[in-house]
Structures are given as C-alpha cells and as structure tokens.
Design a protein around this ligand. Structure first.
Ligand SMILES: Nc1ncnc2c1ncn2[C@@H]1O[C@H](COP(=O)(O)OP(=O)(O)OP(=O)(O)O)[C@@H](O)[C@H]1O
Ligand SMILES: [Mg+2]
Length: 707
C-alpha cells in the first residue's frame, strides 16, 4: 500500500510529508495512536478521528480476509517479526446460547447473527487497540499487548470486555444476544509461523489463552471474569466481585477468579494504581521548596504556573501529592483535573469529571437531582445563570426550562462554554487562593488544552497556582511566559533509593548483593525500585529472618516484575522496526560499541546506523562519540532486560554464539583483556567447555592483578 495514495484517498494528503519525515510506513501505520498523530502534527480532532477510523479499517480488512473458522489469523501481511516471548493480556469472548440458537434457527440466519456478533467484538476491541487473533466458531480470541504493547493493556482488556457486554446486548438481531468474557494475563510465545507458503499463519502458544477460555466458561451471561494476574495489574481501577477459587475445565487445581463489574469512581490513576502502598516521600526537598515559593507568590496575587515533567514512574504525582499535604493547613481551594489515555478524543473530559466529583453525582441520580447538586456546587463560585446553563449542557443534563441557552453556532457555543468554565476559576480565586492541578497532560484532549492555555494566560494576576504534570512527550503549545516555571524531575539518588527499598521491606535489611542489584537495575526511577523490590521479596529467593532478609541460595538474575512489563514493552514496540537491533544490543550488554554491533548485526551498515539513530532519538539508548567510534548504552537496565527477554531461548543462544565467534575472529584484544566477556557469551550459547576455558583465563588474570 502506498502511504501517499492512502492519505490522499482520505483527503489528508497534506500530512504525507510529516508522515514520511517521521519514517511512518505501512509496517507501523496500523499501530499509530492518537498520541502519535498529535506528535505528527495532526492537530485537528476531525482529521485525527478520520485517520484513526481509516487505520481501524485497515485492521478490519486484515480480519475480514480470514474467514471465521478455527484457523489462526495472520497479524497483517506486513508483519515480519519472528516469534517472541511476551506478556500478553488475552481476552476470550463467546456468544451465550449459540447451541440453542443453532437448533432453532435456519443456518443462514444463524450465520448472520454470528457475523454481527463477531463484527461487534472486532469494533469494540479495536477502540482499545486490542487485536483479534482468531475466530473460533462463535468465540473470539483477542490479544492486548501484541503486536503493540501499551502500559495499560490489562485495563484496556477489561474496559473492552465491559463495553462489549453492553454493545452485544444492544445489537439488533433476530435473537436477543448476550456474551461471556474471560480475561487472563501471562507470558506467551506469539507470532510463531505455522504452516507453509500462503497458508502461513501466526499463533499464540502458552497457558494464558486457555485460561482466558476457561474463565469465559464460568462467566454468567454478560459477565467479565478475570484471573489473578490481571487483577494485580488493575489496582483499584475497577469494582470487582471475588468469585473465589474456581475449578476450571482442563486445568490442574483451582484458580482464583474475579468478576469485573464496572470502572470504579477513584478520581486519579495515581490513587487507583499506586496509593494503596504509599510510602513516605524520599528526597525531592528542593522541588518542594520551589513549589512552596511559587505558592507564596501566587497567594500574593501574582499567579504562577509550574510545568512538572519527567518520565513515567519518576514521581510527578507523588510530588504533587506531597505538595498538597504540605498545604493542608493553608486555606485554599483545590481543583484537580485528570487526563486519561482513554479519553483523548473526548472534549473537556477532565473538566466534566471534576465537576461531577465536585457536585457529588451518584450513579443512579436523576437529571433533576444532578441539576440541583450542580447548582449547589456552582453557587460556591457565584455562577451566573447562563454559565450554569452552559455547564449543565456540558454535563449532558437536560435543563432547557430553567436555563434557556441562546441559539449559537457550534464554534460560538464552544467559546461561551470555555468562558463559563474560566469564569468559575476567576470567581473561586476571588474568594481564596486556588491550587489547580492538571495531571497526565500528555493525554490531554485538544479542547481542554485550549482551556488550559487560556487559563495560563489568565492567572497572571490571580491568586492561583497551576501545577501541570506531564511526561516528556508533551510539547507545551503556550509561549514562554515569565510566570511559568518548567521543572524537570530526574532520577533519585542511590541513598534515597535505598531508603525507599527499606520502606517497602518493612524496615528489614536486604542482603547487600540484592540491594546493589536492585539499585543498579532500577536506575533511580522510584516506580522501578518499588516494583522490583516487591517482586524480589515475593519471589521466594529471600527468607524472612526477623529483622532482615537472607538469601535462600545463589541470587538468580532478577526477573522483570509483571507490573512493569507492559510499560517497558510499550517503549520498545514504539520502535518495532528497529527492535531487532535493540535485541542484538541487549545481548551484547548494557553498553556496546558501534564496531562490535556492526560486526555482529550482519545487516547493511546504512540500515543499522539508521536503526541505532532511532534508538538514540527515542532516548531508549544513549550514544557517546560519533560512529564508527561511538559507544552506546541502554538508558534503563530494565529496558535492556525487556528487549533481551522478548527473544526466544533458541534465538538468544544463536545470537550469543554469533557474538562469541565475532569476538574470537575480529576482536582479539577483548578476548585477551576481558576473557570473562567471551566466557559469558560462550556460556549463554551453550558452549560449555569453551566457556570454562575462558572463565579460567579470567580467573588467572584477576589473580595476577592482585599479586
Ligand atoms: N520521592 C519519592 N518518595 C517515595 N516514593 C516515591 C517518590 N517518587 C515516586 N514514588 C513512588 O513511585 C511510584 C511512581 O511515582 P508516580 O506515580 O508519582 O510517578 P509519575 O511520574 O506520576 O508517573 P506517571 O507518568 O506514570 O504518572 C509511586 O508508587 C510513588 O509513590
Ligand atoms: Mg503520575
């Protein structure tokens, strides 16, 4: 497919250049997200929607090519990746009572019903970037996390499952339809080729798809049942019902199962996912002091804005929480707005949710009750009747009689709505200082961004501090104002890291070797530290000896925690075309030279250099020096581990064998000065005798050094 022709067919030829400059081709096109499109400069929501729909249609085409059957569906003709080990959340959905339907329906009518059901599943899961992998009779097997991982794959699967139950019930069909959904997360091998020639297809192998199918069997009609590993990834994002340990067909023993009922009302992702284990804050004193200084300036009427940026898990939300704690005794109004990855196309969603929470809407409130609650809330900001009208309309509360709105063009209506919202901020600020927090702004919808940009300009002379937290990919559209401070959160120091670990172990000391491993592998990212420590403590390599932990045996390599797996994989998947180079680098080590990677990669130099440049641009890898003398290092040890872990054992072994051979043939100085490097590659390649020989040389050298 030609990209330019495709764009022009959508009437969006103007983006061709941007797509080409960003190296978008038909291999990555199907995995583009709204966020990617924004980065590509597609700012108009209408254009983004059009593109996303067309991309979804590409997926649908791929699905349509496979007739509903027990066969596997190819993941798209452009997929060239070989098989990989990956954590995937698998969803299995089935149509309730299809056997009964088949008994009383003409086969042709039944075919129509099943096809409507399957289309409904495909449409629903696509909205959450799930991938239909296989149609099995009236069942559908869906992957979340392959071919494209997202940090929230488990959440996406459950949201899709819940939405599916509603969508299937609403299907207009000859019979009333219901579905059952089972969801499980675990390690699988995916993308393996089976068959040959034209019949080659990609499959998924592992326990997880079976588990999802078995969980689906125990679900009641319109129920979404999830396994324990999925549940652990969801925090408090959903209301769950414990179904207890359940016997599942074809599995040994019983498994714990939960029914996902609905999304919970927890306001923020941070509170839903992280708060239960909240530890005391470590470090960040300077940042807090700066925030306090900005706050006092804001209180005096010189409004301030702080844009807090930093990578995922570095502690932006934690810092914001600590700052709010500090202000507890200080009279002020606090407003919190949370952007969400699932509502990037839903205008003003953060504002709507904030107003609903502020007014205290309950799930079963009638329109009248909601309006009364909203009036009470807006009375605090002395809202004018027309403002109440616009805001009620925003919240979809019918109010025609009480607050008639003027007839306006859609554009004028939007402007009035934004002005009504801004007016509330001004009036609240007239009563007492306001702390207004915007979280996860990398996912902001364009209308909220417009409002925020107005607010930033407007607060200059108001007692307001706007604290905006975003990941580095967020590009601020506002000009450089004197009242805006940009604050970047960096890694925490080793001492602070050790303090954080101590809190998670309940003040019990870890063996020195374990502590060092955790600190080294987590690179000062608090989220990594927390999750790796928890998984080490739970893994069984340690014994609780009262006031400390001891090792039960030799320390095995630390496994990547399940909770971090999807987020780490997502970073690599963004660069799917160059993943092979990341994997080769990962096998070479945390650091590797341009010379060595070129010798091992066996690919045209230009292609390799281009791939390395992409890894560097995306900040997965740092570079020192310029090729051919450059040295590369993975920014995060855990990203290196993830790249390494995705390779099948057989591929790893083969790659280490190639590295060992290359070292022997072309890098005699490394063989001589660092025999342990060669020993490691030989050992991983299964060349045991050679490995032993090099270990012996390494041992002799180190003895000689100490003489
Ligand atoms: N300075 C700190 N002291 C103690 N714990 C911390 C600190 N910073 C972060 N944490 C913990 O690390 C985890 C990740 O932090 P947080 O959620 O604030 O990151 P974030 O930057 O907001 O990430 P995201 O971009 O995903 O929202 C949380 O559990 C948090 O409590
Ligand atoms: Mg956060």
């Amino acid at each position: 497919m030609d990209l330019g022709t495709w764009l022009r067919s959508l009437g969006l030829g103007q983006y061709e250049r941007a797509f080409r400059e960003a190296a978008i081709d038909d291999t990555v096109l199907p995995s583009l997200t709204a966020e990617d499109l924004k980065e590509l400069g597609v700012h108009a929501v209408g254009h983004r929607r059009k593109l996303l729909n067309a991309i979804a249609a590409l997926h649908a085409d791929a699905h349509a090519k496979a007739t509903p059957s027990d066969s596997l569906v190819t993941i798209g003709s452009s997929a060239k990746e070989s098989a990989e080990r990956r954590q995937v959340t698998v969803m299995f959905s089935d149509l309730v009572g299809s056997t009964a339907l088949s008994a009383r329906m003409d086969p042709e009518d039944l075919r129509e019903v099943i096809s409507a059901y399957q289309n409904c599943v495909a449409d629903t899961v696509q909205r959450f970037d799930g991938f239909v992998a296989r149609y099995m009779g009236d069942g559908v097997l869906v992957h979340f996390g392959y071919p494209q991982a997202h940090e929230d794959d488990a959440e996406r699967a459950v949201r899709a499952g819940l939405e599916l139950t509603t969508a299937v019930s609403a299907l207009k069909s000859r019979a009333s339809l219901k579905t059952r959904v089972g969801i499980a997360t675990g390690l699988v091998v995916v993308g393996d080729l089976t068959g040959s020639g034209e019949a080659q297809e990609r499959g998924i192998v592992g326990e997880t798809p079976n588990l999802a199918a078995r969980l689906q069997e125990i679900a009641k009609p319109n129920m979404v049942v999830i396994c324990d590993s999925t549940r652990r990834l969801l925090g408090n994002l959903f209301e769950l019902e414990d179904l207890g340990p359940r016997e599942l067909n074809g599995t040994a023993g019983s498994a714990r199962a939960w029914a996902a009922l609905r999304a919970s009302s927890v306001a923020s992702r941070f509170e839903a996912l992280r708060a239960p284990a909240l530890t005391a804050l470590v470090g960040r004193q300077e940042e807090l002091e700066l925030l306090l200084r900005r706050w006092s300036r804001a209180k005096s009427g010189e409004g301030q804005v702080v844009l807090l940026t930093g990578e995922a898990g570095i502690g932006k939300s934690r810092l914001a929480a600590a700052f709010q704690d500090l202000l507890k005794g200080d009279p002020h109004t606090r407003l919190r707005y949370f952007c969400s990855p699932h509502h990037q196309d839903s205008a003003l969603n953060p504002l709507i949710r904030q107003l609903e929470r502020g007014a205290g809407f309950a799930r079963d409130d009638t329109a009248d009750e909601k309006l009364i609650k909203l009036e009470a809330l807006l009375a605090q900001s002395n809202a004018q009747p027309d403002e109440i009208g616009f805001i009620a309309e925003l919240l979809s509360i019918p109010n025609a009689a009480r607050y008639p709105l003027p007839e306006l063009s859609p554009q004028k209506r939007k402007e009035r709505r934004l002005m009504a919202l801004l007016a509330q901020l001004e009036r609240l600020a007239a009563r007492q200082p306001v702390l207004s927090i915007y979280e996860d702004v990398q996912w902001i919808d364009p209308t909220t961004l417009e409002l925020l940009t107005f607010a930033i300009e407007r607060v200059q002379h108001l007692p307001v501090l706007l604290l905006i937290a975003a990941r580095p990919e967020f590009k601020q559209p506002w000009p450089a104002y004197a009242h805006v401070t940009n604050m970047t959160l960096g890694r925490i120091g080793r001492d602070d890291g050790a303090l954080l670990i101590r809190q998670i172990t309940g003040d019990k000391a870890l063996p020195g070797e374990v502590l060092q491993q955790i600190l080294t592998r987590t690179d000062g990212v608090p989220l990594f530290i927390e999750e790796l420590t928890k998984s080490v403590v739970e893994s069984g390599v340690l014994t609780d000896a009262g006031d400390c932990y001891t090792l039960t045996g030799p320390l095995p390599p630390l496994a990547i925690p399940t909770s971090l797996n999807a987020s780490l994989l997502a970073r690599l998947d963004r660069l799917a075309p160059v993943r092979e180079v990341a994997q080769i680098g990962a096998a070479l080590g945390r650091q590797f030279s341009h010379e060595l990677v070129s010798a091992v990669a066996q690919m045209p130099q230009e292609r390799l250099d281009d791939a390395l440049a992409q890894l560097v641009n995306s900040e997965l890898v740092f570079r020192r020096g310029t090729p051919p003398d450059a040295r590369y290092s993975f920014k995060h040890a855990l990203v290196q581990d993830t790249a390494y872990d995705t390779m099948l054992r057989s591929r790893r072994q083969q790659l280490h064998g190639r590295i060992a051979a290359t070292l022997k043939e072309q890098f005699p100085e490394i063989v001589q000065t660092q025999p342990e490097v060669l020993a490691r590659h030989c050992a991983e390649a299964g060349l045991v005798e050679e490995a032993v020989g090099y270990w012996v040389s390494a041992g002799q050298q180190s003895i000689a050094r100490w003489r």
